[in-house]
Design a protein around this ligand. Structure first.
Ligand code: HPA
Length: 251
């Protein structure tokens, strides 16, 4: 049975509910991943966990070695990857504490190593990125969300900003005009790199706050933490339901 990869972001630097846990450092041609990988089991399914910002939560979004992270997960045998990411919301129906499964994204980042296909090429490679997230994995995730009975919406446009600062109120107005619903800092180039390596990758966003300018004069970091923790409890139920789906699909 293939392993489920989980990349944890802010608020999720460990999956405490795994059993038979061990950690292994994977070497990659792209340098060091953010963290050693944690191998374990969830209801009998192999899970491989990576802490995107490192176990001590010290690597800022623009300094993450996304190439090494995705490579390491593939090398370790993760066929599916659920990328967990905390986000701000600019859509009234996606409130703090909710889980959302985006189906589209817009990339506003710059200066990040965003492809495996740049050196020593025999020919240019342009992957199709019309649908940035795996359709099949998203279907399983949507079913899992319904089974886990967690409040979740399954269509949203995710804006990936450069960070590490949060946005200005005017930037959020622009992102809304662009058609974005959620804003975070780590979704790209992660999604594109996973697609280049032909992995089934999809995003589970945990809404931590209303985006800049939508709820008062400034964003309260304590409130972000509280909403992210509420979302992470739902995530646990969701992941349990997801491994059931994976078992069913493979039996
Ligand atoms: N903006 C960008 N990234 C985020 C936010 C936000 O408001 N909240 C959590 N991650």
């Amino acid at each position: 049975m293939s392993a489920l990869g989980v990349i944890g972001g802010t608020g999720l630097s460990q999956l405490v509910y795994l059993t038979e846990v061990n950690k292994r450092v994977i070497k990659t041609p792209y340098g060091e991943p953010s963290s050693a990988l944690t191998f374990g089991k969830l209801d009998g399914v192999d899970v491989i966990f990576m802490a995107r910002h490192g176990y001590g939560h010290t690597i800022p979004p623009h300094k993450i070695n996304y190439q090494a992270n995705i490579w390491a997960l593939k090398e370790a045998g993760a066929a599916n990857i659920v990328a967990v990411t905390t986000v701000g919301s600019m859509n009234q129906t996606m409130a703090p504490g909710h889980l959302v499964l985006p189906n589209q994204l817009i990339d506003y980042t710059w200066g990040r190593c965003s492809t495996y296909f740049e050196d020593d090429l025999e020919q240019l490679v342009h992957i199709d990125f019309t649908k940035p997230y795996s359709v099949g994995l998203r279907e399983q995730m949507i079913t899992a969300m319904m089974e886990a009975k967690v409040i979740a919406l399954n269509e949203a446009v995710y804006a990936c900003t450069q960070g590490p600062r949060l946005e200005t109120a005017a930037e959020i107005i622009k992102l809304r005009r662009d058609g974005c619903d959620l804003v975070g800092m780590t979704g790209m180039p992660e999604a594109a790199l996973a697609k280049e390596l032909k992995l089934d990758y999809a995003c589970c966003a945990v809404v931590a706050n209303w985006a800049a300018g939508l709820d008062g004069d400034e964003i309260n970091m304590n409130a972000i933490e509280a909403s992210a923790s509420e979302g992470m409890l739902k995530l646990r139920e969701f992941l349990k339901a997801l491994v059931k789906q994976i078992k069913k699909a493979e039996s």
